[in-house]
Ligand binder design. Structure first.
Ligand SMILES: [Zn+2]
Length: 294
């Protein structure tokens, strides 16, 4: 199951973050981020190169692949908008021609017309994989994110989707753990403008994130299992406290946020893959005046 989160450089009030799609729990992503940063810290004596390397990427997953795209072999942004065609590419390593590929599909049980149609679409990809090791070296069936469009900041983060976050402050070698997905009694309205210009009104609940703990990175690693349990307990107790008291002091900053947001999907159609995986990151940034860089 996907458990979303992000990793950032900075502190809980000021950070530049990148998304992570899977297993963002402290026992998963938290432990990985700590170990990766520790490797840089022990090699360099500081975290400057870690921060620079990480912020050159568009997604935490690239830290593990060195930014190498599995589809085209380029060192570039996280792939998105990936055509389903690419996922079938490595099932027929032995076929050597379009006709042989069509025959292989028919052997798999496809009808002759289906096999002919699929072979025409898929053979170029199978051949790419055989010749270059990558199904889509020309990047015709997928796109890449850019670091600028991928930044998660205090202004754009949507804590509904981000269950955990890990922030590293190189200046103080501090590791912060934040927990998100905390439901509040506040709501807001979204004026959603579809790519075809059609307006839709959505009523949404505000979620928030909270700092759980911080750790000095020159000391031994936290016990991640305990961090996780403490985070779950914090999320639960805050949600209950907010439900019981909508004037809770921790809610005060949320009351200053706009009650109506405009998400204009006509402007972000080229960023579709990102929007699909992070429904509000691109949209809320897009909705802010003066930040229309897309
Ligand atoms: Zn690629």
């Amino acid at each position: 199951m996907s458990t979303r989160g992000f990793v950032g450089i900075g502190t809980p009030t000021q950070f530049d973050g990148r998304y992570n799609h899977w297993d963002s729990y402290p026992t998963g992503l938290g432990a990985k981020v700590w170990a990766t940063a520790q490797r840089f810290l022990s090699e360099d004596g500081d975290l400057d190169r870690f921060a620079r390397t990480f912020l050159g990427y568009t997604d935490w997953r690239q830290m593990e692949t060195g930014g190498l795209c599995a589809y085209c072999g380029q060192h570039t942004g996280q792939p998105h908008s990936i055509s389903g065609l690419l996922l079938i590419a490595d099932q027929y390593p032995h076929v050597s021609s379009l006709a042989a590929y069509r025959a292989a599909l028919q052997h798999q049980g496809f009808s002759a017309p289906d096999a002919r149609r699929r072979a025409r679409e898929e053979w170029p990809i199978v051949r790419n994989l055989q010749q270059t090791g990558y199904p889509d070296p020309q990047s015709q069936h997928h796109q890449h994110a850019t670091p600028d469009h991928s930044a998660i900041t205090p202004d754009t983060v949507d804590w509904l989707f981000m269950e955990w976050a890990y922030l590293i402050d190189p200046a103080s070698t501090t590791f912060y753990v934040m927990v998100g997905g905390i439901e509040t009694p506040l709501t807001y309205t979204v004026d959603l403008i579809r790519p075809n210009g059609y307006h839709e009104t959505l009523h949404k609940t505000r979620y928030m994130g909270a700092m759980l703990a911080f750790y000095a990175m020159r000391l031994p690693a936290p016990r991640w299992f305990h961090v996780e349990a403490a985070g779950d307990a914090l999320r639960d107790s805050l949600r209950k406290a907010f439900a019981a008291n909508d004037a809770h002091p921790l809610l005060a900053p949320l009351y200053t946020l706009p009650r109506v947001e405009v998400w204009d999907q006509r402007k972000i159609s080229t960023d579709r893959g990102l929007r699909d995986s992070k429904p509000r990151q691109a949209s809320s940034r897009e909705a802010r005046p003066g930040k229309e860089s897309l």
